[in-house]
Structure formats: C-alpha cells, structure tokens
Design a protein around this ligand. Structure first.
Ligand code: DAK
Length: 260
C-alpha cells in the first residue's frame, strides 16, 4: 500500500499507520481522509494484521485538526461532503474488527482529537495536548466530536472543552479519561507496540467480539446489551480458538490462537 500522506508498516501482526504531513502538523484535508479511508478498508481485511497503531509524523502533532486552509473557502454543500467523509472515516475506524490504538505524539486538536477518539485506546506522550477548538473558528466539531467526547468523559466536561475551546494537557486528559495512559515522548511508540503485541497474541475473534460487545452494547439498553453479550459469548464456542484457549489452560501451556 502506497499513500501520499501516510506511511504504513506491518510487522508481527501490528500495522503502524503514520499520518505524514508534518509541515501542516498532519492536518486532515480531503486527500488525507481518503488515504486513511483506503488504508483502514484494506487493513481490516488483512489477515496478517491483528492490531493497528495510528500516529502522526514528527514530534509536534498527532493531528492539529481538519485542514483550516482547505476548509475556509468551502460552501455549505462542500462542507457537508467534507464532514460526511470525516464521519465515514471515524465510523470505519471505530468499527474496525481489529483494535486501533492512537499513539498521540503532540497536538490532537479538532478533527485530530475526533480521530483519536474514534480509536479504541489513546496513549499520550507527555507533550500531547487535546482539545476541540472549533468554536474559535466559528464552527462546531464536525467529525463526531460532540458525540464521542461526551460519551468518553461525560456531558459536563465535554461541554466545557467544546464551549471554551481550551486545550488540556496529557495528564489532564488521563485524569478525565480521555487518555488511557501517559508516557515519555521517547517511549510512546514502544509503549503502543507493547500494548498492540499483547493484544495481537490473544484470540482475534474473541478480541473482535469483545470490541463489538462494548461498542454496540453501550448504545443499547442493559437488557438487550446483556443478551447481545451472551450471544457473542456463545458464538465464541463455535471457534477453534475457544477450544485451544481452554485446553491450553488445562494443559498448563501457552495457547496458540489461529483466528478460526
Ligand atoms: N489546518 C491547516 N494547517 C494547520 C493546522 C490546521 N488545523 N494547524 C496547523 N497548521 C499549519 C500552520 O498553518 C503552519 O503552517 P505554515 O504557516 O508553516 O505554512 C504549520 O501548520 C505549523 O503551525 P504553527 O506555526 O501554527 O505552529 P505553532 O506551534 O505556533 O502552533 C497549534 C501549533 C497547533 C497550536 C496551531 O497551529 C493551531 O492552533 N492550529 C490550529 C488548531 C485548530 O484550530 N484545530 C482545529 C481545526 S478545526 C466540519 C468538519 C470538520 C470540522 C469542523 C466542521 N464540517 C464540515 C461541518 C473540524 C474542524 C477542525 O478540526
């Protein structure tokens, strides 16, 4: 896979996707959105990939937002098209059957914060800054930020961040549940790789079902969510990995999962 705005490296079951537009702090224009959409469409079908890490190139930014220069002249129809592209990408990442870890290596603002929130987990470098500063530009978050931020950190805190446009530090993001952990900048990729490797060693079908149970379950009432979880639990027993995982425990050995 060759992309103008992305670097992709697949090794040991882990795909590292790097948004590579450092001169514009990795801002999301239509080309980047299209590249990411094509990359995730392909990675989700790639049997050699069990887990994906998404990061930005350089040391300053994960993604500093949607591309303001590209957005400024848009008319309403073009803006709606841009927003739809972004929404579709966020949904694609969120529903990716493989876990996606955002390695947030600097500014994650606007569309960048939205992109990080579409991922399953966020590991933040100490210099990371999160925020939804769209109101500074006379718009609102357009790639699902109002929805995902309020689900992640609660309505009151989400409103504060979105209404004020304030940025929060990596430590504050960790405190409010926006970041899963904070690490030194130089350890960020190693930490993300280590988490990804740990996940890649598990039964991939079980990990996929767990992701589905959490994400879909959160949108259901408890009763339906409980039944959905029970159905997915039952489906695990149709896999070879369930037999292998439990047999390996009984044999006191490491399980060898195949994804079947
Ligand atoms: N877009 C385009 N270029 C950007 C950019 C961005 N979001 N952020 C930074 N850059 C560019 C700068 O213009 C500069 O380019 P040159 O002047 O060198 O050519 C280069 O990156 C370096 O940036 P700075 O010189 O500004 O670097 P500083 O360290 O001084 O400041 C900063 C870093 C991240 C604090 C600052 O760049 C900044 O405030 N950037 C903008 C952050 C921001 O507001 N992000 C949110 C963007 S709005 C919607 C769809 C989507 C959205 C909304 C509606 N619909 C269609 C309904 C989403 C909107 C957003 O994401």
């Amino acid at each position: 896979m060759n992309f103008t705005n992305l670097l992709i490296d697949v090794a040991d079951g882990v795909a590292l996707v790097t948004i590579n537009r450092p001169a514009a702090l990795n801002a999301l224009n239509i080309d980047v959105l299209n590249d990411l959409t094509a990359a995730f469409s392909s990675l989700q079908e790639n049997a050699a990939v069990a887990c994906v890490i998404l990061t930005g190139s350089g040391t300053k930014a994960f993604v500093a937002g949607a591309d303001i220069a590209a957005m400024q002249p848009l008319n309403a129809v073009e803006a709606a098209h841009f927003a739809r592209l972004g929404h579709a990408l966020m949904s694609l990442i969120e529903s990716c059957p493989k876990p996606v870890i955002a390695a947030v290596n600097g500014f994650a603002l606007g569309g960048g914060c939205e992109l990080a929130m579409a991922c399953d987990m966020r590991i933040a470098a100490e210099n990371a800054r999160f925020g939804q500063p769209e109101v500074n530009l006379g718009v609102i978050p357009g790639f699902g930020g109002t929805l995902r931020l309020s689900r992640l950190i609660g309505k009151g805190r989400a409103k504060e961040l979105i209404f004020t446009g304030d940025m929060v530090s990596a430590q504050e993001a960790f405190r409010i549940g926006l970041a899963n952990k904070v690490v030194a900048a130089e350890d960020l990729l190693a930490e993300a790789q280590s988490m990804a490797a740990k996940i890649a060693a598990k039964g991939p079908v079980a990990v996929r079902f767990a992701k589905e149970a959490i994400d879909s379950g959160l949108e259901m009432d408890l009763d339906r969510a409980g039944r959905f979880e029970a159905d997915l639990f039952g489906l695990c027993f149709a896999t070879e990995d369930q037999k292998e995982g439990m047999q390996a425990f009984l044999d006191k050995r490491q399980a060898k999962f195949t994804g079947r």
